[in-house]
Design a protein around this ligand. Structure first.
Ligand SMILES: NC(=O)c1ccc[n+]([C@@H]2O[C@H](COP(=O)([O-])OP(=O)(O)OC[C@H]3O[C@@H](n4cnc5c(N)ncnc54)[C@H](OP(=O)(O)O)[C@@H]3O)[C@@H](O)[C@H]2O)c1
Length: 374
């Protein structure tokens, strides 16, 4: 199989490359944010034909650098690719996803911010290509939903560990430092998604992601805390049955499932044994601890440009938290301030989404400056 891997130096990107090594896939083109040794090692190892990066200097050697604003789109259309893995952060995944889908390609999509920002556009593009989720809960839900008719499905439950600060007393949360919030109990992921797991913004975004990918109403998508994250998704059908999808928390499975669908990969990971299932506990998330869940549902109800604004503002707020200039408990209020100032537009095209993304980043910076001046 011939792959394009966007975000090849990141957590999902590196695991995709591990699968490529294991299965003998070719990697034709790759991207990263930074040019540098991590990217050059990938380009050299896989003898990639093309690569792109945003910051840093090029170097002579294997492959051709694709430059400019359209670079990810060009890589997504690279000749000969069977699948495009989109694993960059944020909004920059949307253009390559749309381009690859329009060209009839398979897209293994990890970049959930791009999926929710471009929901309506993606729904239109999916008619030509194949959009497959690379998120453990959505990959599990996707399997559970196979051969189910929409009217048979009553509820989808996606699970969360509750994040690194799940068991902290509420009054201590404002004191949480980046190293506390980055200590995820089950997954080793990039910094943004790990902080989003601690605020549960990640899960709120995933509710919207399931809404886009599976066309389920927002109130039919539920979130429960399940600390061991062996159960990734539960599907309630109209007969009253509840179907579960269980696997070890390991992204190799969803990545390989997305690359192989409708076939199943062989031995993508070590299966669970019944004795591994001793701690199947679930509880509802506390809305006081996790205000992001309410905010994401409100955003989903409004739709239009608001999901793009949510993600962009959140990225800026998380960066400020990681830089030590914003308390953990202020991340969601900063995002909410930006959303309050936003005049949503319905049915946005790509240009309107880009403009909303830029506006939200600038507005979030203003909110942070005002806050710092208080
Ligand atoms: N990690 C997981 O287990 C997991 C699970 C489900 C979904 N996801 C989603 O997958 C996406 C990637 O997550 P991750 O954990 O792999 O992130 P990560 O470790 O931070 O890696 C992100 C990758 O994309 C590159 N990149 C970042 N921003 C970019 C941009 N704007 N344009 C182009 N390249 C960019 C980075 O390059 P540099 O290395 O040069 O910075 C890196 O290669 C996120 O949307 C996340 O929510 C992740």
């Amino acid at each position: 199989m011939n792959l394009v891997v966007l975000g090849a130096t990141g957590s999902i990107g590196s695991q995709t490359l591990e699968i490529a090594r294991r299965r003998g896939h070719r990697v034709l083109a790759v991207s990263a944010w930074h040019g540098g040794d991590r990217l050059w090692r990938v380009v050299d190892e896989f003898r990639a034909e093309a690569y792109a990066f945003k910051e840093g200097d090029d170097r002579p050697g294997v492959g051709r650098r694709i430059d400019g604003d359209d670079a990810l789109r060009e890589l997504a259309l690279w000749p000969g690719a069977d699948a495009v893995v989109v694993a960059v952060n944020g909004f920059d995944g949307l253009t390559p996803m749309l381009a690859a889908l329009a060209a009839g390609r398979r897209v293994a999509a990890a970049t959930k911010e791009s999926i929710i920002a471009g929901g309506d556009l993606l729904r239109g593009a999916v008619a030509r290509g194949l959009l497959l989720p690379v998120d453990s809960e959505h990959a599990a839900a996707f399997q559970l939903l196979q051969r189910r008719r929409a009217e048979e499905v009553r509820r989808l439950i996606i699970t969360t560990s509750g994040g690194a600060l799940r068991d902290w007393p509420l009054e201590r949360l404002p004191l949480a430092q980046p190293q506390d919030a980055l200590r995820h109990p089950n997954w080793n992921m990039g910094q943004l998604v790990t902080i989003n797991s601690a605020t549960l913004m990640n899960k709120g975004i995933e509710v919207l992601e399931a809404h886009v990918l599976f066309g389920l109403p927002l109130d039919a998508i539920d979130v429960w805390i399940h600390p061991t994250q062996m159960v990734h998704a539960l599907l309630e059908t109209r007969d009253g049955a509840l179907y579960a999808s269980l696997a070890r928390p390991d992204m190799m499975l969803p990545i390989e499932q997305a690359l192989m669908h409708p076939d199943l990969p062989v031995d993508a990971l070590r299966p669970l044994e019944p004795e591994d299932l001793r701690e199947l506990t679930f509880r509802r998330p506390d809305p006081l601890r996790y205000p992001s869940l309410r905010l994401c549902r409100e955003v989903g109800t409004i739709g239009g440009t608001t999901p793009a604004v949510l993600c962009a503002a959140n990225e800026v707020a998380v960066s400020a938290f990681l830089a030590g200039t914003l308390p953990f408990t202020e991340i969601v209020p900063v995002v909410e301030s930006v959303l309050d100032a936003h005049a949503p537009a319905a049915n946005p095209d790509l240009g309107a989404l880009h403009a909303s993304d830029r506006w939200a980043r600038a507005t979030a910076e203003n909110v942070l400056r005002r806050r710092a001046g208080r």
